[in-house]
Structure formats: structure tokens, C-alpha cells
Design a protein around this ligand. Structure first.
Ligand code: HEM
Length: 480
């Protein structure tokens, strides 16, 4: 709590601004508002703490400007679904446009801009599910090759390792082959440029791009432009990657836009998907019985080519593990929105124009009034109707966001996560050095696990212990 003088000064200068929001609870502001709470703590932790201490809708002060912290499923439903056209995404466009280009729907303005970009997004077409299904075996092969290359390393840091594996698998899904390390390096440089703007404490005009940014951008998107040119010449009727599929189904899509969308795929998905995998393997190491059950299921799957229908029919545990990782450690935990530029009503108050809204899933994904043993990694909760009780995008489970602007690639991400969990746990044992503490940072708007080191060793089939009716596997739930 700020001291008396600091509180008095805030009230002296900005007290008038508090009056319209006086019915909302929240921390007492000092001279800098509540900015101090956000220094040195992750924003999702602050949002969750406010929910616990003050309630589901709170007001905090970012200096002299108010922000509403939303942990109420109904108010979030309004902001992200029924009234979503009123609430733009905040500053994210200014922060990442230089790296992602303006063609991605991710930073489109609500309304016509988004509708136009969404309509020409290859990930939102009637044929997208067929493309997705066709990626399972190619991605499995790419992941197998990547994981086997890790056996030579005595120690790995899981975050960069799984990130690179994911990048490689996504190359196969988008252009049908892995790209060289130089493309990965260009991608990371562009992401670092955007991240510097997202995390900037100064106005963006003072944030300079990393050295070599423009050249990296030209090279990165240039690779996709070249691939598109070659694919147009080759006219393959059988290639199943996204680029070839798009050329067949949407031949009039401008090549430059197409190249930007292919490049943008990596920004949308590599960090979020690999963070989810790191979280999953971290939790699995805490709960060995759960890990063993996944390995058993995956080993059975690995006895033949993998397909989406096999994942669906034969890998319910893998799906439950993916859901549970997305619940307990969602990769995207804070969604920014901005209220309209004219006064508007929300949560019973009149918001000043342009009020910041912070929506977080951290608290709701672990809300003890909704979830049994919320802090326990328990994939079992998703079986026997659990997934239907809390579907993706519902009030207490929205790792991919909610409403029409939810992740356009959420289904693909699930296919990828399930393929990766099945492939990696059948072929390898991913051992982390220590399951505590689990430290998290932030990169490109996505949670980044820190210091999750360990080793990746081949899994021998004889190390698996099949369940029998007499000796069932230990329950997945163990003490945290
Ligand atoms: C585990 C993996 C993923 C997670 C957790 C995730 C999470 C999210 C979330 C929370 C949003 C909504 C943000 C908001 O409302 O402010 C979003 C949107 C989006 N995501 Fe993902 N994502 C994942 C994978 C991917 C992948 C693989 C792609 C590849 C293209 C992708 C591309 C996008 C795009 C383009 C949008 C913007 C959609 C729109 O505004 O129409 N994401 N994602």
C-alpha cells in the first residue's frame, strides 16, 4: 500500500478521475497509481492476485490512467464476443507490425479490416481441416528427426530446443520442408525486434530495431516468396503443405500477401506451441504415472503411420494432457483490449474513452470455485465428458481466446500438440533436472519458461510398464 503522502498526492491530482469508477474495488493508488504492482511481477500474476484480493472486476491505475482487470467470465464474454467490435486490441499492432507485416489478421482492426483479412486467411477456409489432418504424419517425421538429433546432447534447455523443433515441424506443415538455420535466426531476430517494442518502457519512437533487422526481414519473407514462385511453376497436385494447398484452392491470392501469411504463421504459433510443450513436459516430470500412461499410449500409436483419426480414436490421454497443459500453464495469459474513444458502459460503470482492459485466463483456469484441485496437473479431468463441460473458449477455459477473434489456428495447434506429445514421448524420455521452481518470463507477448534444463534420451520400449486389470496404473492425481 502506498504511503499516506503518495496516496494524498494521487488524490489531489487525479482524484476527480476516480469518481466515475468508485463503485469498482481495486488497490489503493499512490502517486504512480498501481504501476508498482506491475514492476518485478508478471502481469498475469498481478491480474490473478487482484481477482483473489478484490474480486472479478477491479480497477487499477497505470499512472493517471485507469485500467479494468477482468476476471469475470460474463464481462469477458461481452468484451470478447457479444460487444467485441467496440473493443480494439490495444497497441499490439504498433508493436509488432514491423515484424509480422500488416497482412496478418492478428493485428487487424475490429470490423471490416478483420473480416477482409480473415476471409482470405488460408487458416480459415472450408478446406483448412483437411490440410490440418494431412500434416500429422509429415510433422511426426520431422519431429522424430529433430528429437533423435538431441540424443547427442548431454544437456538441453527445453525452451529453445522445443521452440526450434516446433519451427521445423511448422516449416514442413507450411512449405513441405525444413528451412535452414539462417531462416530460423532471421525469424528470431524479427521476433526480438517486436518483443523490444512490446516490452518497451519508453515511447515506441525511442525503440530502435535490432541490428540487421531490415535485411533479416527481406530474407525471411523472401524465402516464402521464392517457395511460392517455385510451387507455381511445379503445379503439384499432390503436395499437402499449406502453401501448395493454398495455391490450388486460392490461386488468385496475391503472392506477396501469401508470403507474409506463411511467415506470419511462425510468429502466431512457434512461441505459444513450444511454450505449451515445455509446460506439459515440466508437469509430466512432476507426475510420473501420468507420463508413463502417455508413453504407453504413444508407444502403441508409434507402431504404424500416424493420422488424425488414429490420434482421435487411440490417443485420448494425449489430448487430455494437452488440454491440461493449456489449462494450468496457458502460453497466452493476458489479452489487451481498449474501450471505445467515446465513453462506454461496462461492468456497471462508465469508462473514460480509451480505457485499457486487461483480460487474463490465469485466475479463471485455476479458480477453486470451478475446478477440483485446480493446482494439480490432472489430465483425468478432461475425460468422461470433462472436455464437453469446459470446451475451448468457454468461461473458465480459454487458452486460445474467446469469440470470433480467438486463435484462428487453435484446431491446428491442438493437432500439433497431440502429434508432438505422442511422437516425443514414444521415442524419447524428456527428463528435467528439477521440477521446482518453474520460472516464467515473457517474450513476444507469450509466456517463456526459464531455465527448464534436462536431457532427452532414447526411450527403450522395455522401460514401459503396461497396465493390467489386476495392477491398474496409479491415478494421475498426486500431491502437488
Ligand atoms: C498453443 C498454441 C497457441 C496458443 C496458446 C494461441 C493463443 C492465441 C490467443 C489467446 C489468441 C487470441 C488473442 C486475443 O484475443 O487477443 C490467438 C490469436 C491468433 N493466433 Fe494463436 N495460439 C496458438 C497457436 C497458433 C498458431 C500455430 C498459429 C499459426 C498461424 C496462430 C495464429 C494466430 C492468429 C493469426 C491469431 C489472430 C486471430 C484473429 O484475430 O483473427 N496461433 N492465439
Amino acid at each position: 500500500m502506498p504511503n499516506l503522502l503518495s496516496r494524498g498526492l494521487f488524490n489531489l491530482f487525479f482524484g476527480g478521475r476516480r469518481a466515475p469508477l468508485a463503485s469498482l474495488p481495486g488497490p489503493t493508488p499512490g502517486l504512480l497509481g498501481n504501476l508498482g504492482d506491475f514492476l518485478g511481477a508478471q502481469p498475469w500474476e498481478v491480474c490473478a492476485r487482484y481477482a483473489r484480493e478484490y474480486g472479478p472486476v477491479t480497477v487499477a491505475w497505470l499512472g493517471p490512467s485507469p485500467a479494468l482487470i477482468l476476471n469475470d467470465p460474463d464481462v469477458i464474454h461481452e468484451v470478447m464476443e457479444t460487444r467485441r467490435l467496440e473493443f480494439e486490441k490495444g497497441n499490439i499492432g504498433e508493436q509488432i507490425r514491423h515484424s509480422t507485416t500488416d497482412d496478418t489478421p492478428f493485428i487487424a482492426e475490429q470490423g471490416d479490416d478483420w473480416a477482409r483479412k480473415h476471409a482470405m486467411d488460408p487458416l480459415a477456409q472450408p478446406w483448412t481441416p483437411a490440410w490440418q489432418a494431412a500434416q500429422v504424419e509429415p510433422m511426426r517425421r520431422a519431429l522424430l528427426e529433430s528429437v533423435e538429433a538431441q540424443f547427442a546432447h548431454p544437456s538441453v534447455d527445453l525452451t529453445p530446443t522445443l521452440r526450434r523443433m516446433t519451427f521445423d515441424a511448422f516449416c514442413v506443415a507450411t512449405v513441405g520442408e525444413k528451412l535452414p538455420t539462417s531462416s530460423y535466426d532471421d525469424f528470431m531476430l524479427l521476433a526480438a525486434g517486436a518483443d523490444a517494442r512490446i516490452q518497451a518502457k519508453l515511447p515506441l519512437r525511442f525503440v530502435s530495431a535490432p541490428k540487421g533487422f531490415e535485411a533479416a526481414k527481406e530474407r525471411f519473407y523472401g524465402v516464402f516468396a521464392r517457395k511460392i514462385h517455385e510451387a507455381r511453376q511445379a503445379r503439384s497436385s499432390t503436395a499437402v503443405d499449406l502453401m501448395s494447398w493454398t495455391l490450388r484452392e486460392m490461386p488468385r491470392l496475391d503472392d506477396q500477401v501469401h508470403a507474409h501469411l506463411l511467415g506470419g504463421f511462425f510468429f502466431g504459433g512457434v512461441f505459444s506451441s513450444s511454450t505449451t510443450l515445455v509446460g506439459a513436459f515440466h508437469q509430466l516430470n512432476k507426475y510420473p504415472a501420468t507420463l508413463e500412461r502417455l508413453a504407453l499410449e504413444s508407444d502403441a500409436l508409434a507402431q504404424g503411420p500416424l493420422s488424425l483419426s488414429r490420434l482421435v480414436d487411440e490417443a485420448p490421454w494425449g489430448e487430455a494432457v494437452a488440454y491440461e497443459a493449456l489449462r494450468i500453464l496457458p502460453a497466452v495469459r493476458v489479452f489487451m483490449r481498449r474501450s471505445p474513444l467515446t465513453p462506454s458502459r461496462l461492468a456497471g460503470v462508465t469508462l473514460p474513452p480509451g480505457t485499457t482492459l486487461m483480460v487474463s485466463n490465469q485466475h479463471l483456469h485455476r479458480d477453486p470455485s470451478h475446478w477440483a484441485s485446480p493446482e494439480t496437473f490432472d489430465p483425468e479431468r478432461w475425460l468422461n465428458g470433462g472436455a464437453a463441460r469446459d470446451p475451448l473458449g468457454s468461461g473458465h477455459f480459454f487458452p486460445f481466446g474467446r469469440g470470433p477473434r480467438a486463435c484462428v489456428a487453435g484446431d491446428f495447434a491442438m493437432v500439433y500438440l497431440r502429434t508432438a506429445l505422442a511422437t516425443l514421448s514414444a521415442r524419447a524420455r524428456i527428463l528435467v533436472d528439477s521440477t521446482e521452481p518453474f520460472e516464467e518470463g515473457f517474450f513476444f507477448g507469450v509466456v517463456r519458461p526459464r531455465g527448464v534444463t534436462g536431457k532427452i534420451i532414447p526411450r527403450e520400449r522395455s522401460t514401459l510398464h503396461p497396465a493390467s486389470p489386476e495392477a491398474p496404473l496409479p491415478p494421475a492425481v498426486e500431491s502437488a
